[in-house]
Write a protein that binds this ligand. Structure first.
Ligand code: ADP
Ligand code: MG
Length: 695
């Protein structure tokens, strides 16, 4: 029997049970998987150098002798760093690793042996060194010079060279079986490389395109990256076209109703808020369920937009619900809703984990009968006993705090209700096109008038006294402050300050002030009491963990001090910073770095001094820390990329999105013969559910 793409890797000559096992542990089961085991980088033997001739920022290949490997323990954190010293006749160079690429990576190497390093030369404190280069042991192919070689992530006991040989062998046997997966017209119109060529070239790179291969932008890369994005976008397009076919509550408020609702508000909406309200209104009137994401920076006033949407839906005879990630936030929303809709206070209710059983029973009855029109709460809303009479609108606040499934469950409590999700973590546009690719997006890109710019300063632990003096000065003017720590209590693993101990310290430093402690391990009652005291101005300094991160709104608080700022993502710092600057007082954010913070972390944190624009911060964070910051692991679809990089490949993402949406627009059911491959692939990658929408 000949080898096919679906053959198990075992059937490839040279792969015995042991190797097959190794491959399987890395997700490679079939020949197809092996062909999709893409090179990590490429090695240009023409760029082979000796140590003395290295230059910063060059990608080079270097043959050298291994002098020694040192393991450096990094403080109490338990983490290790590895320092590999190499030498050749011209000099010495160090390779540094902040983790071991795999278990046994360094143990396989012995002092005195010859190795080949492939990597980029970095400059660090005046010295040239390598950071996380590929270290290849043995130099088996010395005869081969002047070539461009693929470099694979080495698997335990399996060198890059061996992997290369196996892939080469597999390609020689199955290349003519690799069929085109994209619609041919697309391949042609976009000038993409056919799939079989792309898969071949990525493993057998063309030396005259060396630069393009290094930067992962060769035609082979572009073709395969396009395809990775394309499957996701087709899936999203199919979902969206599914939504657009469903029937939802048709709600057409009269201009007078809208006017009345607007007049009831304590302030005039900004033009960005009005635009968003209008977009929502159009969705309501379309007869199809709305699926809209409202993105707006912290403090841009998303809540009121949601309340207005709820009011319109309720006026049309439906119920609405709003789910928030924390009790503190849900309670705050309830208070605000009651303020805005003071006449119909008793038609608004709160449901959280701490709603008493007796209360809960009454509440469920009223909800079922339709007496309660607007239900606000936490995760408690998705529990089974919660049954609505006629749910027309589901609102999810700080939606990134919830999983896909939680949102879906809440939605299923109505029959195709309108769906509004809000997020204050501005998401880079590129990510929005993937994670939220099936949603319509409104952006509130304007803050209510009168907001002052929050002054932000990065300082070190040594400036503690100045920081405390500054706190005292502001508090003496009647203001309040937040002081944030990354941990609740002391931890054995992490050498960081914690809220509980520092709370005691701060109490000693400010014996005449009133301080409170807030963290996630406290009971809900205790948390709410603490928040209530802070809100009323009884507490001057609130020492807290990141539980105050989302949504909390106390206008009189004008300082936030964040300790160990280096531990937080920028978007999270931005959220935390958003707790201040909510009133008319000039506000301050003091970011305190821990000791021995890396240069990179400092630089990253200092970006916060430069801008308060959440979108810019999000873009920067995405570049520095990757998409993980924005997407919980629950947000699937993004972890599946093997080659694509959301930052580098935005152009391909845009192209693939446009192509996918166009195809579903012209052939909504994917019945066209040319789209059959696509239909099959969609089914294969996302399962039958993916086709539910296009049915
Ligand atoms: P976020 O978008 O972060 O959820 P909120 O909805 O909590 O922001 O609004 C922040 C603050 O701004 C609230 O105190 C709210 O009452 C106020 N606010 C919202 N819209 C306006 C407006 N158009 N004019 C003045 N204040 C507003
Ligand atoms: Mg909010």
């Amino acid at each position: 029997m000949g080898l096919s793409l679906d053959s198990s890797i075992q059937f490839l000559k040279g792969v015995g049970p042991h190797l097959a096992d190794l491959f399987e542990r890395h997700g490679v089961y079939t020949i197809q998987d092996l062909l999709e085991f893409y090179p990590r980088t490429y090695e240009d033997r023409r760029a082979a150098r000796n140590i003395a001739s290295l230059k910063a920022d060059e990608l080079v290949s270097l043959k050298a002798r291994l002098v020694k490997i040192q393991t450096i323990n990094l403080g109490r954190t338990g983490r290790k760093m590895y320092d590999v010293t190499l030498s050749d006749s011209s000099g010495q160079v160090h390779c540094r690793y902040f983790r071991s690429p795999y278990r046994g990576y360094f143990e396989r190497l012995k002092a005195g042996q010859e190795v080949r390093v492939v990597g980029k030369v970095s400059q660090s404190r005046g010295n040239l060194e390598f950071h996380h280069p590929d270290l290849k042991d043995g130099v088996p192919d010395e005869a081969v010079e002047d070539v461009l070689l693929p470099v694979y992530v080495e698997i335990e006991g399996l060198s890059s060279y061996k992997i290369q040989k196996l892939i080469h062998l597999a390609l020689s046997q199955v290349q003519n079986q690799i069929s085109e997966t994209l619609p041919l017209s697309l391949v042609e119109s976009l000038g993409l490389l056919p799939r079989n060529l792309a898969l071949t070239q990525i493993h057998e790179p063309l030396i005259d395109q060396a630069q393009a291969f290094f930067s992962q932008r060769s035609p082979a890369h572009q073709r395969l990256i396009f395809e990775e994005f394309f499957w996701l976008e087709v899936f999203l397009a199919a979902r969206q076209s599914g939504f657009k076919k469903e029937l939802g509550p048709k709600i057409i408020p009269t201009p007078q109703q809208l006017q009345e609702a607007l007049e009831k508000l304590p302030f005039r909406l900004t033009s960005a808020q009005l635009r968003t309200v209008n977009e929502i209104r159009q969705d309501f009137a379309s007869g199809h369920p709305m699926n809209r994401l409202v993105q707006g920076d912290v403090g841009s006033g998303k809540t009121i937009v949601a309340f207005l949407a709820a009011e319109l839906v309720i006026k049309a005879g439906f119920q609405a619900c709003l789910m928030a990630p924390t009790e503190i936030l849900a309670e705050q929303h309830l208070r605000n809703a009651q303020k805005v809709y003071s006449q119909s206070k008793d038609k608004i209710a709160l449901l959280t984990g701490r709603t008493k059983i007796s209360e809960r029973k009454v509440l469920m009855e009223k909800l079922k009968s339709g007496q309660i029109e607007f239900l606000i709460g936490t995760h408690a809303l998705i529990e089974d006993p919660v049954v609505f009479n006629k749910l027309g609108l589901v609102i999810v606040d700080e939606q990134h705090r919830f999983g896909v499934e939680q949102r879906a469950r809440l939605k299923s409590k109505g029959s195709s209700p309108h769906f509004l999700v809000m997020t204050a973590t501005p998401i880079p546009r590129t990510l929005a096109m993937t994670v939220y690719g099936d949603l319509d997006v409104s952006v509130i890109d304007e803050l209510p008038p009168g907001r002052t710019v929050i002054e932000t300063r990065v300082t070190g632990a040594r400036q503690k006294l100045q920081v405390l003096d500054f706190l005292r000065e502001q508090i003496s003017k009647g203001r309040q402050a937040y002081v944030i720590y990354p941990l609740v209590e002391a931890s054995e693993k992490l050498d960081l300050k914690n809220a509980t101990d520092e709370f005691e310290q701060l109490k000693t430093a400010f014996p005449d002030l009133s301080l409170d402690l807030l963290h996630g391990r406290m009971s809900s009652e205790a948390k709410e009491e603490v928040m209530e005291r802070f809100r009323k101005g009884e507490t001057q300094i609130l020492v807290s963990t990141t539980v105050v991160e989302v949504g909390v709104d106390v206008a009189n608080a004008n300082i936030i001090v964040i300790e160990h700022a280096e531990r937080f993502g920028l978007s999270q710092l931005h959220q935390l910073r958003g707790r201040v600057g909510r009133g008319s007082h000039k506000s301050f954010c003091i970011l305190v770095l821990g000791v021995a913070v890396s240069h990179e972390a400092r630089e990253r944190t200092e970006f916060m001094e430069k801008t308060t624009d959440g979108f810019k911060i999000a873009e920067f964070d995405l570049q520095m820390r990757g998409p993980g910051e924005f997407l919980g692991t629950r947000q699937s679809g993004l972890d599946g990329f093997k080659l694509a990089n959301l930052i580098r490949d935005v152009d391909l993402l845009q192209k693939s999105r446009a192509a996918a949406f166009k195809i579903l627009e012209t052939d909504p059911k994917l019945t066209h013969p040319e789209n059959q491959g696509l239909r099959a692939a969609l089914l294969k990658t996302h399962g039958p559910l993916a086709l539910a929408g296009i049915g």
